[in-house]
Ligand binder design. Structure first.
Ligand SMILES: CC(C)(COP(=O)(O)OP(=O)(O)OC[C@H]1O[C@@H](n2cnc3c(N)ncnc32)[C@H](O)[C@@H]1OP(=O)(O)O)[C@@H](O)C(=O)NCCC(=O)NCCS
Length: 229
């Protein structure tokens, strides 16, 4: 069980990384509960000292996750992300430095995958990154947004799935409820608003089909881990 899940008294253990899990499973439900339990309690006792304390500790935890991103040594970041902040990442994958998170315990990464520097990973509704995925620098992946027709400007959203052997170019934004199909390529600077078909290249704002990509079966080498990267 991850320390942050344990802190709030909830089970949040990891399972196999090798396949992308669906958000309806119990594991994600457990992650949701951390946030929901705090907010349920906060709605009932908005001014209670416990509400302020729990929200403050949760926010502090995310702040420490941000600080962890500035540690210029991969193995230290890996250990902290995994054991303290609950990121579901195996040893053979890498998150480059200065990554920021919403709900790090909602981020799941498969084998031999790379998340480039200065990424923003939103785990609030579950972010599932498959195997042999290459994500370039400064990519923003969101799983929540505001409901434009809500009288209270409430929030909505859904999980993002990035399937095996996807290549995401630098400065791409991926919006909630999107599935990027196996082997797809998202060109640098794109904003992905809809599902991307497997083995296609998409680009632009909003991202549109550019061309097809040949079906390949490589294993990505995610072991290059320079300092300050
Ligand atoms: C998507 C990408 C891989 C395509 O490369 P490619 O196969 O060499 O494709 P081409 O350069 O032949 O371009 C094909 C078409 O896509 C368009 N295109 C290329 N990049 C684009 C982009 N970022 N946004 C929108 N359109 C793009 C080209 O203009 C071209 O259009 P045309 O056929 O109308 O002339 C590349 O453009 C890209 O974005 N690479 C990511 C770079 C990066 O992030 N590097 C850092 C991590 S390693």
């Amino acid at each position: 069980m991850h320390l942050c899940a344990g802190f709030f008294g909830l089970a949040g253990g990891t399972s196999a990384h090798s396949k992308i899990r669906r958000p309806q499973c119990g594991y994600l439900a457990g992650e949701w509960m951390i946030e929901q339990k705090i907010e349920q309690f906060a709605r009932r006792h908005p001014t209670s000292a416990l509400t302020i304390l729990m929200r403050g500790l949760r926010d502090l935890l995310f702040f420490f996750a941000t600080l962890t991103g500035y540690i210029p040594i991969h193995i230290i970041r890996f250990v902290l992300y995994r054991s303290v902040f609950g990121v579901d990442i195996p040893r053979d994958s890498t998150i480059y430095w200065r990554c920021r998170f919403f709900d790090p315990y909602g981020v799941h990464i498969g084998h031999n995958s790379i998340v480039g520097n200065d990424a923003f990973l939103d785990g609030r509704n579950g972010l599932y990154i498959g195997n042999n995925v290459s994500i370039a620098a400064q990519v923003l992946i969101l799983t929540m947004e505001h409901d434009l027709s809500s009288p209270t400007f409430g929030v909505m959203g859904g999980p993002v799935f990035i399937e095996d052997r996807v290549y995401i170019g630098s400065r791409v934004t991926i919006l909630p409820n999107v599935r990027v199909g196996v082997g797809a390529v998202v060109a640098s600077g794109a904003v992905v608003t809809k599902n991307v078909e497997p083995w296609t290249v998409v680009g632009g704002v909003p991202a549109k089909f550019i061309k097809r990509r040949p079906v390949l079966n490589y294993v990505l080498d995610a072991s290059t881990r320079a300092l300050f990267q």
